[in-house]
Design a protein around this ligand. Structure first.
Ligand code: NAP
Length: 289
């Protein structure tokens, strides 16, 4: 049998950690497959998606800037699972004889990491989401009605407004609160059980923590989506306040593990994938020294 083909499509995709993680998983389970990078410009995306079967590609991850356009394409030329349809964004495609199916594993990956790594169940909790971009939207739309309340703050009020409108189409509108200023943010954060940093603050070496240390109260749990270092500024400050905190490495791992399970129908070897991810991150760090 020919080697199975998988990969990630984006523009650009050079710095993706997915090949290291997925190829390690295929090797571990003895699956003869290769996961590659597909750098496709936005103008060529439709033609690329239309050629997947002819190219013999069995599955894909989809990343920036193609997640929304891929969802629109599959709405007409394939199928979408409920989560991807509600979100309007696809990060995983499975190609079968029947056609192309779209999924979004960002929300489920986050949820699995929340339970496994931070060990908090969001049901009935007050959740505060900092940032209202693509990652925040995937998380908020996946959490849906599960938390008691969800508060969202972004420096760009247009983004929080768009997220709130989208959320209200599917879930209890009164559950999501748009936080509109620093003082309101401080008050709402004080009543929150779980803080999620869905901004890029913390990725760069000189970044401060996105939240003042004094706002990290005992009993709060902190999930920082930033994953490019073992301890982000927010995780460090949380740790110094004895507040439980993790980086986003687990979300990256589990969104990939769930994609692997969708493609292969087999349980993902998460420990092997985690190790491959850590090595790839370490390698990237050394390359930038
Ligand atoms: P995005 O679409 O750019 O959204 C980030 C949002 O945060 C933007 O609207 C940004 O506003 C806003 N923001 C910036 N500084 C802020 C502040 N101090 N307070 C409130 N809002 C602020 O980015 P994204 O794709 O959602 O990704 C966000 C982060 O999550 C990135 O670091 C990314 O690497 C990470 N991520 C991790 C995973 C994982 O698997 N762990 C998955 C996806 C994303 P402006 O645009 O106006 O600055």
């Amino acid at each position: 049998m020919a080697k199975l083909k998988y990969g990630i499509v984006g523009y650009p995709v050079k710095h993706s950690f997915s090949p290291a993680m997925q190829n390690a998983a295929f090797k571990e389970l003895g699956i003869d497959a290769e996961y590659s990078l597909f750098e496709v410009e936005p103008k060529d995306l439709e033609a690329f998606l239309g050629s997947l079967k002819a190219k013999g590609i069995s599955g894909l991850n989809v990343t920036i800037p193609h997640k929304i356009k891929t969802s629109e394409y599959l709405e007409k030329n394939g199928s979408l699972d409920d989560n991807a349809k509600r979100l309007g964004a696809v990060n995983t495609i499975k190609v079968t004889g029947g056609g192309l199916s779209g999924f979004n594993t960002d929300g489920p990956g986050f949820y699995r990491s929340l339970l496994e790594d931070l060990r908090i169940e969001p049901e009935g909790k007050n959740v505060f989401v900092l940032g209202a971009g693509g990652a925040a939207k995937a998380i908020v739309m996946y959490l849906g009605n599960t938390p008691k309340k969800i508060a969202v703050y972004d420096v760009d009020p247009g983004k929080t407004g768009e997220l709130a409108d989208h959320y209200a189409k599917y879930f209890d509108a009164g559950k999501l609160r748009v936080v509109s200023g620093e003082s309101e943010m401080k008050a709402v954060l004080g009543e929150s059980n779980l803080l999620i940093n869905a901004t890029p603050i913390g990725m760069n070496g000189s970044d401060p923590s996105p939240v003042e240390k004094t706002l990290l109260h005992p009993g709060l749990y902190v999930y920082d989506l930033v994953y490019n270092k073992p301890y982000t500024p927010l995780v460090k400050e949380a740790n110094s306040m004895k507040v439980h905190a993790v980086t986003g490495l687990g979300m990256l791992l589990y969104q990939g593990a769930i994609a692997f399970e969708i493609w292969t129908g087999k349980k993902a070897p998460v420990n092997v994938m985690r190790r491959a991810l850590r090595e790839a991150l370490q390698q990237e760090k050394e390359d930038h020294l």
